[in-house]
Write a protein that binds this ligand. Sequence first.
Ligand SMILES: Cc1cc2nc3c(=O)[nH]c(=O)nc-3n(C[C@H](O)[C@H](O)[C@H](O)COP(=O)(O)OP(=O)(O)OC[C@H]3O[C@@H](n4cnc5c(N)ncnc54)[C@H](O)[C@@H]3O)c2cc1C
Length: 596
Amino acid sequence: MPQYTPPLRDLQFVMHELLGAVDQLNALPRHADVDADTLNSVLEEAGKFCAEVLTPLNAVGDQQGCTLDRSNHTVRTPDGFKDAYARFVEGGWPSLACDPAHGGQGLPVLLGQCVNEMLNSANQAWAMYPGLSHAAYAALSAHGSDEQKALYLPKLVKGEWTGTMCLTEPQCGTDLGLLRSKAEPQADGSYKISGQKIFISAGENDFADNIVHLVLARLPDATAGSKGITLFIVPKFLPKAGGGLGERNAIFCGALEHKMGIHGNATCQMNLDGATGWMVGQPNKGLAAMFVMMNAARLGVGNQSLGLTEVAYQNAVAYAKDRLQMRALSGPKNPDKPADPIIVHPDVRRMLLTARAYAEGGRALAMYCALLLDKERGCDDEDERQDAADQVALLTPIVKAFLTDNGWIATSNCLQVFGGHGYIREWGMEQFVRDARINLIYEGTNTIQALDFLGRKVLADNGAKMRKFGQLISDFVEEEGVDEAMQEFVNPLADLGEKVTKLTMELGMKAMGNADEVGAAATDYLRVCGHLVFAYFWARMAKIALAKQGSGDPFYVAKLHTARFYFAKLLPETAGLMRSARSGMAPLMAMDEALF
Ligand SMILES: Cc1cc2nc3c(=O)[nH]c(=O)nc-3n(C[C@H](O)[C@H](O)[C@H](O)COP(=O)(O)OP(=O)(O)OC[C@H]3O[C@@H](n4cnc5c(N)ncnc54)[C@H](O)[C@@H]3O)c2cc1C
């Protein structure tokens, strides 16, 4: 059975030493009083909950899955899930980073990010229930009317009600313009909504009294395509004015999907048969309103793979130190035993260090983004707010796609460390791999993230957001370039930065000739930029580790080794990716469809 130790030391390293988060947070009026002790003690408590309550339920959830009682359309979650949720609510965890105006604790998004990473390491399937509620909270906070906020937000914040996002239909996944669900206006200002939604995570559950479904549908006069979509709240039970529960609404779970991973999360087919709903935001602006939720969820999905990368790494290391097979090529390291532990073998170390470098690099990036969100929300200065928002927009597809691709690579490598035992259920490694796979698909497939990144975030503004981030890298290179000890990190970072600038211009030119050039290069390009961002954070972490490696704390020695591994063994992947990105659309598009 896999074990999980919350990575408190590394979370605190990123928070305090890399980001200097307390000073940055204290500069924001809403977090002027936040201090390191509070942040650290919340991390510790959350870590305990994750390790002691959620981790033991991860395999249970995988083996039992959810069950649907068709007679009353209720879903039973795996043993222990409901109780764990009750304890989560009792501990006040859902309200951690929510607005005090709606009953939240008002703590930084950064802290919420760290807690989420640990929840996902412990039990991704379980963590999706509160994760989706939080995304619904974010969308309603941004676009709900005052009345809607008053009615729904306090319940979501407390965790008394859960939330979902209902976009996908059988004929429309990526292309929401094909959506068919209909909303008929009623005399009392409500709507009757009909249609079928599929693949709805947490669509039905036994955690909470009520479920707040955020549903995309079309008004009768809506134009075709994505400009004719409106967002509605469709609660499972219609709430009374005081917050009590009224009549059961006509939105029911018709079936549960049987799927590759995240078995503990109910993936529901939801049937709406004239269900009562209320419009959120403006008519035909539903996609824009839903984007608040989708962006929160995209960062959340990156976090899911970050959590899995960390827990898979921890278990693979423990196994590699324990499992005796063969002798080291350079001679026995463990002569008293019949063989050496497999951690002596270079390729086992490659797999372990890959996972470690992706976990620690991903953590630095995800926490940096969370701090940007704190600034975007809480900064007094309009320019600084905009700057933070631009960086979040640029980095969101990287967090979603790069971290989930890395999570897939890392969990697979960690399974490989176990050899055949990794493939056997009892060790838990194959669950991590299966759970990690969905993260590349939902919330916009990684292909769609790549198109969004290159097409919208980079080329559409002529590289303005990229240049802003590039400036951070240039400033760092200029400052650290004079330090001899930093050359091994600064030189490849500067080199890659220059190459990305050139590649971006080339792709921009090609895209003007044929838009398919964007589609042909996007996935390679996003991965190159993911590495550029990681190289920046790894160089910054290496700088701290270099300064403190003599302190006697092995943490910094390990950090420096991992940084060196990242630059030597993972970053060089960018050379091949850039070559592939440059090869253009011909190798992909020249072959006639009939020849496939
Ligand atoms: C377990 C699970 C949970 C989910 N949870 C939710 C949820 O809570 N709420 C919800 O609304 N949905 C949910 N989804 C749906 C999920 O978001 C979609 O499956 C996803 O967006 C992809 O849509 P699709 O499956 O229809 O694939 P399609 O859109 O049919 O795509 C098929 C393939 O074509 C590619 N493709 C499509 N268009 C393009 C393009 N323009 N350029 C290049 N490639 C393209 C895609 O990348 C993909 O590889 C969930 C799905 C699963 C499996």
